[in-house]
Ligand binder design. Structure first.
Ligand SMILES: [Zn+2]
Length: 272
């Protein structure tokens, strides 16, 4: 599943291509991917509007529209968003196409069809996307804020990091990397973390996500060539996916355990 760095990368690449573009046509071949309102109402509302901004909140993307409304979307497991020339053969599983006034298309493909779109009219209360329940953005966290939000939880710290209502945007991959950077074992109860450990975590969260986002930077051409999916840059991971391999700091074999149902890789020596 794309995490914050991947979603932010999509935003940075697509925003310049979408700003000021009028959406001329909208076609939806799988009505269920429009979660609100109905697919027909979505098409009617969005067609004819102009994109005035593209934003990200947690793992959600939104397109701000000239009618004061906004399109929200979540890529979930396998969703991919591309701006393409109209004559490019569509990806398999392309379910939604916005025809733009410059002749290009904004296309959404999604093999597993968990990705969702919403349209919120100007002033409409968001009772639909779930974005309103998100915790703070990771680049705004401080040790005090983390301790306040997580410090009384008995749940394991990795589980807390993945909870979008506590902090937005962290997923399984970067959760492992953050805890490696902070030197904290993933199965520690959050309530057991010390003041200095909250400090380390508050540093590691924006560090990891900022570095990952910078590493993913690519041109629109590279992004299109990778079909909006091949933006994984795995070789730099220090913990995630490295079970059995030597820790890059101390040489101890990276261990894999299950935390709240998710595989978690960590160094049993460097992470206490
Ligand atoms: Zn180690």
């Amino acid at each position: 599943m794309p995490e914050l760095p991947e979603v932010e990368t999509v935003r940075r690449i697509l925003k310049p291509q979408l700003m000021g573009r009028r959406i001329v046509t909208v076609s939806v071949d799988r009505p269920e991917i429009v979660a609100h309102p109905s697919a027909d109402e979505f098409i009617r509302a969005v067609a004819g509007t102009t994109v005035t901004d593209m934003r990200r909140r947690g793992k959600f993307l939104s397109l701000v529209l000239s009618d004061g409304g906004s399109i929200w979307l979540h890529l979930r497991m396998t969703g991919a968003l591309l701006v393409t020339p109209a004559n490019l053969p569509p990806e398999k599983h392309t379910h939604l196409i916005f025809g733009l006034d410059d002749g290009k298309e904004l296309r959404f493909s999604d093999q597993r069809r968990f990705g969702r779109f919403w349209y919120l009219a100007a002033g409409e209360e968001d009772r639909y996307t779930g974005a309103g329940k998100l915790g703070p953005e990771p680049d705004t966290v401080t040790a005090a804020l983390l301790e306040e939000r997580l410090g009384k939880k008995r749940r394991m710290i990795k589980d807390c990091l993945l909870d979008q209502s506590l902090i937005a945007g962290i997923g399984n991959i970067h959760g492992d990397e953050i805890l490696y950077l902070a030197g904290i074992a993933p199965d520690r109860p959050a309530e057991s973390l010390s003041g200095p450990e909250w400090e380390k975590l508050a540093e590691a969260i924006p560090d990891e996500l900022g570095t990952a986002t910078a590493r993913l930077a690519m041109t629109p051409e590279e992004y299109l060539a990778g079909r909006g999916r091949e933006y994984r840059d795995e070789p730099y991971f220090q913990a995630y996916g490295r079970e059995g391999k030597p820790c890059l700091r101390c040489g101890t074999a990276i261990r894999r355990i299950t935390v709240a149902g998710r595989g978690s890789s960590y160094c049993p020596k460097c992470q206490k």
